[in-house]
Design a protein around this ligand. Structure first.
Ligand SMILES: [Zn+2]
Length: 284
């Protein structure tokens, strides 16, 4: 009796279909699938992987890092070293390799006086737009020039213009061991806005853990430094090298949590890395 069974089946199917239609009428425009699950947060870096890039550091004391790029300059850098020495301040010089090769004696003096020398490429190109092989040559030549001058290899890189891809950071870190140092205070001194403006901008933006960018190839920047240094010191800031600042990194205070069993702090020092720093405005 196939035929009656078929009738019953069709009738049942029709009724179910009608019922479903009555309960859940199809809207004229299909609605988006409701998202019951919360929006998936962006993947955060694996805690096991130490951070590679730094814009600033979380520290407990009033420590900052003053950094000077693009030198050494035959006259301005020694002048700056005098200003730093008179105040017992430490700085980090991100040198352009070809300038470093021209003035190894300035690098030697800087290291003797407690400053740090770091890599800022050989000829100041935009690394993000270059082949791996070309980037490797830029970094290696500078690394060699610094090593020849001061007898030890640099451990930090600041890419010109702060421009570098995430992929480059990774392989450069793996190959050269460099940490990538950007900045959080930029007075745009390369535009030469006048010494008092440079001083005012640095004082306004600098906080504990800041990495301050300036350039020791512009006379007005050097002119701005006595007042900048004196007022930073008056505010209680203490300038150390970038490597020293990174070593002082303390855990970022945990956000308030309702669970009393949640760990209150990470067991090891955890600097505040910037996994995707904004590309700062180009600096010469
Ligand atoms: Zn530069």
């Amino acid at each position: 009796m196939l035929f009656p069974r078929f009738i019953v089946f069709c009738a049942a199917g029709f009724l179910v279909g009608q019922a479903a239609y009555a309960q859940d009428p199809k809207p004229a425009v299909p609605a988006e699938k409701p998202s019951l699950a919360p929006v998936k947060p962006k993947a955060s870096p694996t805690p096991a992987e130490p951070p590679i890039t730094f814009n600033s550091v979380h520290v407990d004391g009033p420590f900052i890092a003053l950094t000077f790029d693009d030198g050494p300059n035959a006259t301005l850098t020694p002048k700056l070293l005098d200003l730093l020495a008179a105040r017992h301040l430490k700085a980090t010089f991100f040198v352009v390799g070809q300038n470093a090769a021209d003035h190894p004696e300035i690098l030697k003096r800087a290291v003797r006086e407690g400053h740090e020398i770091a890599n800022h490429s050989w000829s100041h190109p935009n690394l993000a737009k270059m082949s791996d092989e070309a980037v490797r040559r830029e970094l290696q030549k500078t690394d060699d020039a610094i090593t020849a001058a001061i007898g030890k290899r640099p451990t930090l890189l600041r890419p010109p213009y702060g421009s570098i891809t995430a992929r480059q950071k990774k392989w450069i870190h793996d190959e050269f061991g460099y940490r990538i140092i950007i900045w959080d205070v930029d007075p745009l001194d390369w535009k030469r806005p006048g010494p008092s403006v440079v001083t005012a901008r640095i004082l306004k933006e600098t906080k504990a853990g800041s990495i301050v960018l300036s350039h020791d190839i512009h006379p007005p920047t050097i002119e701005a430094m006595p007042a900048t240094f004196d007022q930073l010191m008056k505010k209680g800031f203490k300038s150390v090298t970038v490597t020293e600042l990174l070593a002082m990194a303390t855990p970022v205070p945990p956000r308030p949590t309702p669970s009393p069993s949640a760990p209150r702090a990470l067991p090891v020092a955890s600097p505040t890395p910037s996994t995707s720093p904004p590309i700062p405005a180009p600096t010469p």
